[in-house]
Design a protein around this ligand. Structure first.
Ligand SMILES: [Zn+2]
Length: 348
């Protein structure tokens, strides 16, 4: 007899699994990009990659142009030093808490895998990057250097797991956003009210860098980030009005952006009209690609659709399958709204 979570395996779940398990720390997004291009190319008119590695997937259409951006990169580490015994010293790429890495496995692009451990410490608070090392099982420096150079990057090595309606993996941030956009593109009808570009951006975790050049090149009329957000529904979590399973979140603000009221309200109206559950998100820490898009050129009215996620930037980021499905539906409906051309200068 099939278990519930085996029945639930579908095409999108396979896509999520492939995406989260791919290697792609900031600046090393090629494998993720190739995977996404393969999955999305039949759903759009054309795709191309820019100088930094952002992938654009375009459905041509009348003005205005909508830009949806999900980032391909994930957090990771970079090798800073190889000692005489073949142990690697590492520094973070993106916001990585050192204590979450202890005992974890990390993999490099060439497949070399190791585990993180730490030197002698008296108290956990002493656990900082200089105390950590990565052991790849090399018998000495020469053996380590055969496979690894200074500056090589590694990311978490963790399989995707379906917990029965909830998904757990590394790199849900933001491969789940990438999966949502690929699936939304696949479901769009033949004729759209306006042009849409799906951007799969690079280097978000180190400062929204890919989205900065992508928005500059594209000159969209409206921008939307699709990313994960934190939740307040775990034991003694910092107070936050977002929970897993209550629907995708329509962002009000984070540290990088105050979402444009017109964009935010049109998204809320769309969700209500189609009876799609949603939550309103005020994120006190962190930013998204919308932070870069809205400051592009003379300003782009921008918003964000967030997928609630527990344990962001850990080896086991967790999302709800219903939230993911509703995020796809909300984006589909947002694209089918006839957006007015933004009027300059009126603000709210
Ligand atoms: Zn993210």
């Amino acid at each position: 007899m099939k278990k519930f979570n085996e029945v639930a395996i579908n095409k999108m779940e396979t896509l999520i699994k492939e995406l989260v398990e791919a290697y792609g720390p900031s600046g090393e997004e090629a494998a993720v990009r190739e995977l996404i291009e393969e999955k999305i190319k039949d759903s759009v008119d054309r795709t191309f990659t820019d100088n930094l590695g952002n992938l654009f997937a375009i459905r041509e259409g009348a003005a205005p142009l909508l830009m949806f951006s999900a980032h391909m990169d994930e957090i990771g580490v970079i090798v800073t030093h190889i000692d005489d015994n073949g142990f690697l010293r590492i520094a973070p790429i993106g916001g990585v808490a050192p204590h979450l890495l202890v005992g974890q496995r990390l993999s490099f692009k060439n497949g070399v895998t190791g585990t993180v451990y730490h030197e002698k410490i008296k108290a956990l608070k002493e656990l900082d990057w200089p105390k950590l090392y990565l052991d790849i099982g090399a018998a000495g420096a020469a053996a380590a250097r055969e496979h690894i150079r200074i500056g090589d990057m590694a990311c978490l090595h963790q399989p995707f797991v379906n917990l029965g309606g909830r998904y757990m993996a590394k790199a849900m941030d933001d491969r789940i956003g990438c999966a949502v956009l690929v699936e939304a593109a696949r479901r769009l009808p033949g004729s759209l009210p306006q042009g849409v570009c799906f951007v799969f951006s690079v280097q978000e975790e180190v400062g929204l860098r890919g989205a900065t050049t992508a928005a500059y090149r594209l000159e969209p009329d409206y921008g939307f980030a699709v990313d994960v957000t934190l939740v307040g529904d775990t034991p003694e979590a910092p107070l936050m009005a977002v929970s897993l399973g209550q629907g995708p979140a329509i962002k009000v603000k984070d540290r990088s952006v105050l979402c444009h009221p017109r964009v935010r309200e049109l998204m809320i109206e769309t969700a209500e009209k189609h009876k799609i559950p949603y939550q309103l998100e005020v994120l006190e820490r962190g930013g998204t690609d919308a932070g870069a898009i809205h400051l592009s050129r003379e300003g782009v009215p921008s918003g964000a659709i967030s997928i609630p996620c527990r344990y962001v930037h850990s080896p086991s980021e967790m999302v709800d399958a219903g939230d993911v499905a509703h995020a796809v539906e909300l984006i589909e409906k947002i694209i089918m709204v006839s957006w007015p051309l933004p009027d300059s200068g009126s603000g709210a």
